[in-house]
Write a protein that binds this ligand. Structure first.
Ligand SMILES: *Cc1c(COP(=O)(O)O)cnc(C)c1O
Length: 410
């Protein structure tokens, strides 16, 4: 038997799964059928509120929409947060439908000219990732007769320790190396662009509170040093994020209250060059990940080679990360339960496998489960971020997962 991750606090202790106070069976009826992602709008709102309470007043909250761009989720989050961070022309269009352009920033390498034009025409902030991209943005602005609003994404000279995805301290497709940033910003200012400041993102998915505190302090120090070298006050500094959520056995949540407290102290000590600068953190996973579950129905229970396999109608084409095939080195089990019997005593060890004809499609590997019958509902937790949106939905021709947001006040 292998360990599973912790069931998130919002669902722990239930006897039947409910999301946002509504029984899962009713929600699956509303969604139409399994497989389905169910999202708790109240839990998302509570998470934003908790973060706001923890952060210093002058630090805004941005939502990185790639974590979950489902239209209803995005519309709900747009109301809750100060800004939306997008990383493609498609995401930009989605964000513009729910948020004013001045509160949208567009990062990401490889922006095409038509994407740059879309952002400049709309008045969104471009986070340029290279000198070449800055030149293209300036040229497009000139052609359109518009003054592009440009922040410079900095490839920091440090990295977020313990991060699932390191984004700094080394050669990187993301951002401009810190040493070259002042020259670029001076050029932007000289050409009359609306230079908006810095974007410094040091990494993603860490549960190490001390590492986040350290990275934020280093980020502030770097922004201050760069602003001094440039000699212009940046309007805005995006401090990045990187807060993880607990997926696996032994994982513990980040302490956002401690992070907010030390960030407040660091901001109180900041140099005068940043005195009038606005700040934000940008988070995806931490804001929405725990609020979502993936429900999939049991279509078969079979024995083979002395092992039990619970075969479900969903799979890695919807929830790739739970299969261990999305950026993990060692496959470990996400939290999993039987929705009808959340509190039942485990009686067997079984693997939950998806319906795809590939051995990769294993959603839970040799976990302890209560009795399971055909027609029961398996629930995988921590599915609110990088689930539907980050899975190969077209693989093997099954229908996409349904998605349903339980609104804040259902
Ligand atoms: C992906 C991404 C985020 C969000 O990361 P999470 O781990 O989901 O919080 C934030 N900023 C940038 C630049 C990103 O690329």
């Amino acid at each position: 038997m292998k360990p599973v991750g912790p069931i998130p606090a919002g669902f722990a202790g239930q006897s039947r799964l409910s999301v946002g106070g509504v029984d899962f069976a009713e929600l699956l009826d509303r969604a139409g059928d399994t497989p389905a992602f169910l999202y708790d709008g109240g839990a998302m709102a509570a998470q934003v509120a908790r973060l706001r309470a923890a952060l210093p007043e002058q630090v805004g909250v941005h939502y990185a929409i790639k974590a979950n761009p489902h239209a209803a989720v995005l519309a709900a989050m747009a109301i809750l947060v100060d800004g939306l961070d997008v990383a493609s022309g498609g995401e930009l269009a989605m964000a513009l439908a729910v948020k004013r352009a001045a509160a949208i920033s567009f990062a990401g390498p490889g922006k095409r000219d038509d994407e740059l034009e879309q952002a400049i025409a709309a008045g969104a902030t471009l986070h340029v990732e290279s000198e070449g991209e800055a030149d293209r943005a300036l040229a497009i602005g000139g052609r359109l007769g518009l003054r592009p609003r440009i922040a410079v994404r900095v490839n920091p000279d440090f990295e977020l320790r313990g991060s699932g995805m390191r984004m700094g301290g080394r050669a990187s497709p993301f951002g401009v190396d810190a040493a070259r940033v002042p020259a670029l910003v001076r050029r932007l200012v000289a050409t009359g662009a609306d230079w908006h400041g810095f974007h410094i993102f040091a990494g993603s998915q860490t549960l190490d509170t001390a590492a986040i505190v350290e990275a934020q302090a280093a980020t502030l120090a770097l922004a201050e040093r760069l602003a001094e070298e440039v000699g212009t006050v940046p309007a805005f500094v995006n401090l990045g994020g990187g807060f993880g959520i607990p997926y696996f056995a032994g994982d513990t949540p980040v302490d956002v209250e401690a992070i907010g407290k030390t960030l407040g102290e660091a901001l109180d000590r900041r140099g005068t060059v940043l005195a009038d600068t606005g700040f934000a953190v940008e988070l995806g996973r931490w804001l929405v990940g725990e609020a979502g579950v993936y429900c999939t129905r049991v279509v078969d229970v079979k024995e083979s080679g002395g092992e039990t396999f619970v075969v479900v109608d969903g799979g890695l084409h919807h929830q790739l990360a739970a299969s261990g095939n999305f950026g993990t080195v060692v496959r470990r089990n996400y939290p999993v339960a039987v929705a009808e019997r959340m509190d039942a005593v485990p009686v067997m060890t079984a693997s939950v496998v998806g319906c795809l004809c590939t051995p990769l499609d294993r959603l839970a590997d040799r976990v302890a489960l209560p009795p399971v019958e055909v027609g029961d509902t398996i629930v995988l937790f921590q599915a609110g971020a990088y689930g539907a949106t980050a899975s190969p939905a077209a693989f093997l021709g099954h229908p996409p997962a349904r998605e349903l947001l339980v609104p804040l006040r259902d």
